[in-house]
Write a new protein. Structure first.
Length: 323
């Protein structure tokens, strides 16, 4: 039996996976703002990818106003948005959430899970993330920029539920990789560590990973990785040996041209997810440390993660002052 899937937005993330699902015959709707809805109505939803191009000529589109005036519940809602837009995004798709709706957020970090469970019912919320580099070009086409296009999802309690199996089945045959896992929290922590290290490195040093490491930044990269991995371990999610080797290798590769998406946002003067990705990790670290220090008021020297957070707060202050 087919499931009804609502994809929030049709940007690089939602547009890519939504198009792959629709091209595979899934029953997909897109919740769009008027401008993006008009753009897609004029030219279709278009994906350019090393794994094959896709054009959905007339995808089914709903708007915030249409959902509010005629609420209809969906089986699955895929949510890809910036963390700072989450409250407004949840308001927009709230009429589409029923008692049995599975919400799959594709945000990085972890704090959004509790926010969504508070806004809806805990049972509505699954875990999820994706591994892909994609962007919208000036015409509104989606450009897939690397050789990864994986979407990972699962129940927060680790069970392989019927709804997880049904979503996995909707991806069968689609030109992307969908992974249903019983270890979604562990996997999300691994992604968070990698994103925090890459974002911290590239935003603080304003260069690619390769440029930083080849300029003498190997010890810097190792220290930032060690700090973030230690926070994950103290939170109860130590990195596996495989994940540790893989992430450390990625953030110490002197040939890597990778810059984090946060770095790209910073370069164009846009808002960044600093508090959600870096600030929240620091808050978890400090909450654990308070119970271990004999004198919790005693100050210590700022860590690399603290310097990253300070740098991003200064950037945000200057950005707001320039508006």
């Amino acid at each position: 039996m087919s499931i009804r899937i609502l994809v929030i937005g049709a940007g690089a993330l939602g547009g890519y996976f939504g198009a792959r699902l629709a091209d595979n015959g899934a029953q997909v709707s897109f919740l769009l703002r008027p401008g993006r809805a008009k753009q897609i109505a004029d030219s279709g939803l278009i994906v350019h990818s090393p794994f094959g191009d896709t054009r959905i000529r007339a995808p089914h589109v709903v708007t915030r106003a249409s959902l509010e005036s005629s609420p209809e519940h969906y089986d699955v809602i895929l949510v890809g948005c910036k963390a700072y837009d989450l409250e407004d995004t949840m308001d927009a798709f709230a009429p589409a959430v029923g008692e049995a709706t599975a919400i799959v957020p594709l945000l990085n970090g972890m704090a959004h899970l509790s926010r969504m469970q508070q806004r809806f019912a805990p049972a509505n919320v699954l875990g999820g993330f994706c591994l892909i580099s994609a962007a919208l070009d000036e015409t509104g086409h989606i450009r897939h920029l690397n050789d990864s296009h994986q979407l990972v999802f699962g129940e927060l309690d680790g069970s392989m539920s019927a709804r997880v199996s049904r979503l996995k089945a909707a991806f069968e045959g689609a030109r992307c990789e969908a992974v249903a896992t019983g270890q979604i929290i562990q996997r999300m922590w691994e992604k968070w560590v990698q994103i925090a290290v890459a974002a911290g490195m590239t935003t603080l040093m304003r260069g690619s990973i390769g440029t930083i490491v080849s300029s003498g930044g190997l010890a810097f990269a190792d220290a930032l990785f060690d700090e973030c991995a230690a926070i994950a371990a103290r939170a109860g999610y130590p990195l596996s040996e495989e994940a540790s080797v893989r992430i450390r290798s990625a953030v110490t590769d002197k040939t890597s041209g990778v810059t984090a998406s946060m770095m790209k946002d910073l370069q164009r003067g846009a808002r960044v997810e600093a508090d959600h990705l870096i600030g929240e990790m620091i808050r978890l670290r400090d909450a654990e440390a308070v119970g271990e220090r004999a004198n919790p008021t005693m100050r210590s020297a700022p860590s690399i993660l603290d310097l990253v957070a300070l740098h991003l707060r200064v950037y945000e202050r200057r950005r707001l002052e320039a508006l």
